[in-house]
Each structure stands twice: as C-alpha cells, then as structure tokens.
Design a protein around this ligand. Structure first.
Ligand code: 13P
Length: 247
C-alpha cells in the first residue's frame, strides 16, 4: 500500500553541468513505475532541473516558514513551487546543526509547504551522543511530536529517519536498530494522526549506497531512502533505484 520512495538530496552540491546526471536518473525512474523517485537540488538549479527532466520529481532542500516578507536571503514555498519544485525537504539535521533550526521550525516549514501544495519530506534523527546515552528513541519521538502537522497524511507527507552520525560517514545503524526506530516512529505517528499513520512513508537516510540499499529497503517499516552523497551521480544513484524497484 505504501510505494517505495527513493529521494536524492544534493545538499550544497551540483551545477548546471551536473544536471546531465538527471538524464540517466530519470530514465531509471521511468523504468521503475512501481516506485517513486525524487531529487532535491539547490534553489538555483530547481528550474533548470525541472525543465530538463519534467517526469522526475524535483524538489527544494528547505523553505522559509512564511509565505513572503522581509526575510533577506530566504526563499518561500510559493517561490520554489513557481520555480518548478513539487516537494521540499524540511528539518534536515544539517539545518538543525548549522542554522539552529528546531522541530517547531520544521513543523512551521512543513505547514507552509503544504499550504502551497508542495509535498514534504520531514527529517528527524538523533546525534551520536544521544544514541550512546540510549536516548535515540526518546529524541526521535519528541522530534516527531513537535514537528508533524496535525493534518499530515501520506498524500503529501513523508517522514525521514536520518541518524546524524550516519550521514556522510559510511556508517549505518544495524537493520535491527533501523527497524526499531521506524516501528517507534510509526507508532508515534499513530498517536498523533491516527489511522492516517499507516499511509505515511518513513524513509531511512544516512550512508545509503547501492551496496546496502536492498537490505535496508527490505526492513520493516522502511518505505524508501533519502540519499545524499550517492545521489550526486547516476552511477551511484541508479543502483539504489533499481534495488528499490526489485523488492
Ligand atoms: P548521505 O547519504 O551522504 O549519508 O546523506 C544522507 C542525507 O543527509 C540525506 O538527506
């Protein structure tokens, strides 16, 4: 009932020349009609990416929580939508760390994106210190409680569990650890939004590669992957799409 979603996040990488990678990614997505494929790119590349590969879902990596106003340097959900984005990531751990964003900010950004008709991938995940202190479950539960909008449902809303210590490090949690957090996330969603929780996809993110994608994606309650480094080239991203499509 929940289609797998393989989403790339280019972060502060890419250029117009790098958009050529999207051609093979779009071709792999077209060859995998049973799953969804999406790529979030820097604001400056959204329009060119959307025009180059219209069949591929192109998104933003962040939006401001206000619809417009005096916020120098920020970009609103309406702006990224007009630029060609169909979705946005919010609450990424790099923004929580670098821009001091909170779960409340992620909530407000998710709501702003939904007001403009964008789909949302909302991120949560513990730090290494929190996991070492045995607090991963509580941290993720609290993030979900503070950031998931009341009207969230699977038609527009996706959750991504990205343990910070697994991002860009080549380290991943065990499959048991991933299954455990995803089950806890699903049950927390159920307490917040009831039966609609069953339709919300929960992605895993953090050092996903073509080599580990198949086992991670086959884990209970893992409905897809949010991929950073391995989404930058078709050579690395397409095997992840193919792994998801083969399940
Ligand atoms: P990596 O796949 O590079 O670990 O990044 C994961 C991530 O942060 C995606 O949002």
């Amino acid at each position: 009932m929940r289609r797998k979603l393989v989403a790339g996040n280019w972060k502060m990488n890419g250029s117009r020349a790098a958009l050529a990678e999207l051609d093979a990614i779009a071709a792999a997505a077209a060859a995998a009609p049973g799953i969804d494929v999406a790529v979030a790119v820097p604001f400056t590349l959204i329009t060119a990416a959307a025009e180059r590969t219209p069949a591929l879902a192109i998104g933003a990596e962040d939006v401001h929580e206000a619809d417009s106003g005096a916020h120098t340097g920020c970009v609103s959900a309406a702006m990224v939508k007009e630029a060609g984005a169909g979705f946005t990531i919010v609450g990424h751990s790099e923004r929580r760390a670098d821009q001091h964003e909170t779960s409340h900010d992620a909530w407000a950004k998710a709501a702003a994106a939904h007001r403009q008709g964008l789909n949302v991938i909302l991120c949560c995940g513990e730090t290494e210190a929190e996991r070492d202190a045995d607090r991963a479950e509580r941290v993720v539960q609290a993030q979900i409680e503070k950031s998931v909008p009341d009207n969230a449902d699977g038609s527009w809303f996706t959750l991504a569990y990205e343990p910070r210590w697994a991002i860009g490090t080549g380290r991943t949690p065990t499959l048991e650890e991933i299954a455990s957090i995803h089950a806890i996330a699903r049950s927390k969603l159920k307490t917040l939004i009831g039966d609609r929780a069953a339709g919300v996809r929960i992605l895993y993110g953090g050092s996903v590669t073509g080599a580990n994608a198949a086992t991670i994606l086959a884990t209970d309650n893992v409905d897809g992957a949010l991929v950073g480094g391995a989404s930058l080239t078709a050579a690395k991203f397409v095997p992840i799409i193919e792994a998801a499509a083969s399940l």
